[in-house]
Design a protein around this ligand. Structure first.
Ligand SMILES: Nc1ncnc2c1ncn2[C@@H]1O[C@H](COP(=O)(O)OP(=O)(O)OP(=O)(O)O)[C@@H](O)[C@H]1O
Length: 93
């Protein structure tokens, strides 16, 4: 199920952003353990433009509708002031 997460939930699930698993072009990626048992990747987006809100929402809507066996599915998102996060299924190596 696709859902909206609060910043508080993200912070708790990433143990105060201490669980870094990677660094991408848009920001840091964290491993997150949510209280409902969900283990996911949380991708922080650093490059938030002036129209960030609109662009981010449009991207989320598009990604949420994408389902392909070669793509990781979007699990949710979080918007808090100037911070943007996408929550995606964790790929185990
Ligand atoms: N869903 C995921 N599950 C596990 N690890 C992930 C996941 N998404 C990203 N990562 C880790 O975080 C790193 C950065 O990923 P990210 O997609 O942000 O960067 P990228 O591949 O450089 O793409 P982009 O240019 O879009 O930022 C990856 O190399 C990987 O190690």
């Amino acid at each position: 199920m696709f859902q909206k997460f609060s910043y508080k939930e993200i912070k708790k699930a990433t143990e105060n952003f201490s669980t870094t698993i990677g660094q991408g072009g848009f920001g840091i990626v964290y491993k997150a353990h949510f209280s409902n048992g969900l283990v996911a990747a949380v991708k922080q987006m650093n490059k938030v433009s002036e129209h960030g809100e609109h662009e981010f929402c449009r991207e989320i809507v598009l990604l949420a509708r994408l389902h392909h066996r070669h793509l990781v599915s979007l699990r949710g998102f979080c918007i808090e002031k100037h911070k943007r996060y996408t929550i995606i299924y964790l790929i185990k190596k």
